[in-house]
Design a protein around this ligand. Structure first.
Ligand code: ZN
Ligand code: ZN
Ligand code: ZN
Length: 285
């Protein structure tokens, strides 16, 4: 339950982080695979493509538009989206973009999509029908691309991009208050480490046990998580190598495997005077 206690323009609220998808790019089960994880009845071993939702007051900020966005939105009963923050332009993180159309119905304005310049450029090339002037507007999501060059305000909260390396590709994680979401990375530049101090929640790439050229494997993720020292760390972007109930026993205290639908609630302070900017919801004008 969200609470507001006013002190000038600042009010306390709750930040809810929902793991919409905890799976790697194939999703789990993997098509055609009969391994024990893909055949498991443990719902935590069924993983849609990687994404998360940051919710506060009545605002929803979506991280990426995964291939499974529609299914995730129906499952979590997401009725509106105030903005999308893109981490990078790989297929599993963007291919649900067309399903933002549904959210345009509850929003009078275009939905702002935030990302690095190169990410937005790649998205506009891959989905040119959304951004050209030729497709009739009723058939495309109405989006408003906004380049991220540093921290920015969204509905009263500050979001900070965290530069990461995903193999050789420069990507963004995002921090909001006490929570950071760092999917798809294989190293964290030293210059980004100060941005990750004093976290209550860290969501971190931890693909599988075997090494991978563009993702932290689990031993690497544990090392990085220990260095960052968040109170609680969830490993995400998990492959079918990870058997939730079997492998979680071997994780150190404070580190868990994420699962679809998992929700973490953290206390936050929001600036009420900024909360209505940008005016995105039809009921806010
Ligand atoms: Zn990915
Ligand atoms: Zn499998
Ligand atoms: Zn990727």
């Amino acid at each position: 339950m969200t609470q507001h206690r006013k002190t000038s323009n600042m009010a306390s609220t709750s930040l809810n982080i929902t793991i919409l998808g905890s799976g790697t790019s194939t999703g789990i089960p993997v098509v055609g695979c009969d391994c024990p994880v893909c055949c498991s009845s443990d719902p935590r071993n069924q993983r849609t493509r990687c994404s998360a939702l940051f919710s506060f007051s009545d605002h929803n900020v979506l991280i990426d538009t995964s291939t499974d966005l529609r299914q995730q939105a129906l499952r979590e009963k997401i009725r509106h989206v105030d903005a999308v923050l893109y981490t990078h332009c790989h297929a599993d993180h963007v291919h649900g973009i067309d399903d933002l159309r549904g959210f345009n119905l509850s929003s009078r304005n275009a939905i702002p999509i935030y990302g690095a310049r190169e990410t937005l450029r790649r998205i506009s090339l891959l989905f040119d029908y959304i951004f050209d002037d030729e497709t009739p507007s009723g058939y495309i999501p109405r989006l408003d691309p906004r380049e991220v060059t540093g921290s920015f305000q969204l509905c009263g909260l500050t979001f900070e991009p965290i530069p990461l390396l995903h193999g050789e590709l420069e990507v963004f994680g995002y921090r909001c208050g006490p929570a950071a979401y760092l999917t798809d990375c294989s190293s964290i530049p030293e210059s980004s480490m100060p941005l990750l101090r004093n976290l209550q929640l860290l969501v971190l790439d931890g693909l599988r046990f075997k090494a991978h050229p563009t993702h932290f494997n689990i031993p690497e993720a544990l090392e990085v998580a220990a260095r960052i020292g968040a109170e609680r760390t969830l490993l995400t972007h998990l492959s079918h190598e990870v058997n939730h109930s079997h492998d979680e026993k071997n994780l150190p205290a404070g580190i868990e495997f994420a699962y679809d639908g998992q929700r973490v609630t953290l206390p936050m302070v929001v600036n009420r005077s900024d909360e209505r900017q940008p005016a995105l919801r039809s009921d806010q004008s």
